[in-house]
Ligand binder design. Structure first.
Ligand code: NAD
Length: 337
């Protein structure tokens, strides 16, 4: 069996706990993986004075596949987001966030199966803010044809390849006629190349209401950076919360797999975080590497241990620690192999 080289970024807050868990679970599938463990972010800065040491870039560029735990970004001051910087630097234009309930958990939305495609490199996330005076600031929103075409095409290709019926493009083109207007116009153009897929559009505020009232009506969603971020957190609530929502950042050459959630400083270091979101992001990574058998083994085993109801982390109403949860999952994987 060929060894796979993967960069693992340990992250901040609950990052080291959930990344250690995900790494052990993926190893339990029997794949031969050479993990290149590096770190970036607030904790790294506090220790070394450097936010992203050179070895992080070197490792990403060499391995091209990354499993990344969340990194803290200070609110309203301090350094800019390293997550956003990595997505921009490596042109990881597709942020793909599936919202799929775990069979064995009781959610109100058993039939839900949404995949969110979020543009990942521009919009308001370019962080270009201008000071007019002490009490007046402007934030610029970048929307280009090139990046919009890439993410919208990806969403339609995914829909076609997976027999999905519908793509919903989400925007605010009634107010932002040029930026969001361009995104919507491109969606309409691209949809003509995919006659088997229905295109519908929703204004972001209406979309939030419709999601909360009746999420089952949605299939594939494609949208801009900020709306996609907000909608994916909202949708994670349908399936049991952020502890269960995985994601992938995919470009032409490099892919970084990470959970939807952040570094959760409120529960960091307590051994109570739910590692499932990063583990499921790892399963997406294995699918990307064509290791479908191992990816399915992880998903099936996770489903089995959650069915027991005796192995639930605190966010799911139980009191199992991160390490016990991980050990139970590894035991189940060994049993299923
Ligand atoms: P968060 O996602 O970290 O936490 C929101 C809530 O969900 C908290 O109550 C937290 O305890 C809970 N939660 C999150 N993940 C959990 C898990 N795996 N298990 C159990 N509970 C979990 O969002 P936040 O508090 O708004 O952000 C904290 C920090 O994370 C900020 O600095 C933010 O910038 C950063 N962040 C990073 C990323 C990333 O690295 N991709 C993404 C989002 C936020």
């Amino acid at each position: 069996m060929k060894t796979i080289n993967i960069t693992l970024i340990k992250g901040d807050g609950i990052g080291p706990e959930v990344s250690d868990s995900a790494m052990k679970v993926i190893n339990a599938t029997g794949l031969k993986i050479n993990w290149d463990i590096v770190n970036a972010g607030k904790d790294t800065f506090d220790k070394t004075g450097c936010l992203v040491p050179d070895d992080v870039f070197k490792s990403i560029e060499k391995n091209k596949i990354v499993l990344k735990a969340p990194i803290t970004t200070p609110v309203a001051s301090g350094f800019r987001s390293i997550n956003v910087m990595l997505r921009k630097k490596y042109n990881l234009f597709s942020n793909i966030r599936p919202i799929l309930p775990i069979d064995s958990l009781n959610t109100n939305y058993k039939k839900l199966d949404i995949v969110i495609f979020r543009e990942n490199t521009e919009g308001l996330y370019i962080g270009d803010e201008e000071k007019i005076d002490e009490n007046t600031f402007i934030a610029k929103k970048l929307v280009t044809r090139c990046a919009s075409e890439k993410i919208i095409s990806r969403a339609f290709e995914f829909a076609k390849e997976n027999n999905r019926k519908k793509v919903t493009v989400v925007h605010k083109a009634n107010i932002l006629k040029e930026t969001d207007g361009l995104f919507l116009k491109i969606a309409k153009e691209i949809s003509k190349e995919f006659p088997s897929v229905i295109l519908e559009d929703r204004i972001i505020d209406n979309m939030c209401m419709q999601l909360v009232m009746n999420p089952i009506q949605f299939d594939v969603i494609v949208t801009m950076n900020l709306y996609g971020d907000i909608l994916s957190d909202l949708c994670s609530g349908f399936i049991g919360g952020l502890g269960l929502a995985p994601g992938a950042n995919i470009g032409d050459d490099i892919a970084i797999f990470e959970a939807v959630h952040g570094s959760a400083p409120d529960i960091a270091g307590k051994n109570i975080a739910n590692p499932s979101a990063l583990i499921l992001s790892g399963a997406m990574m294995l699918d990307y590497l064509d290791k479908h058998k191992e990816a399915n083994l992880i998903r099936k085993s996770l489903n089995n241990i959650l069915k027991e109801k005796t192995c639930l982390t605190r966010d799911l109403g139980g009191n199992t620690s991160t390490t016990d949860f991980t050990n139970n999952l590894i035991y189940e994987i060994e049993k299923q192999k």
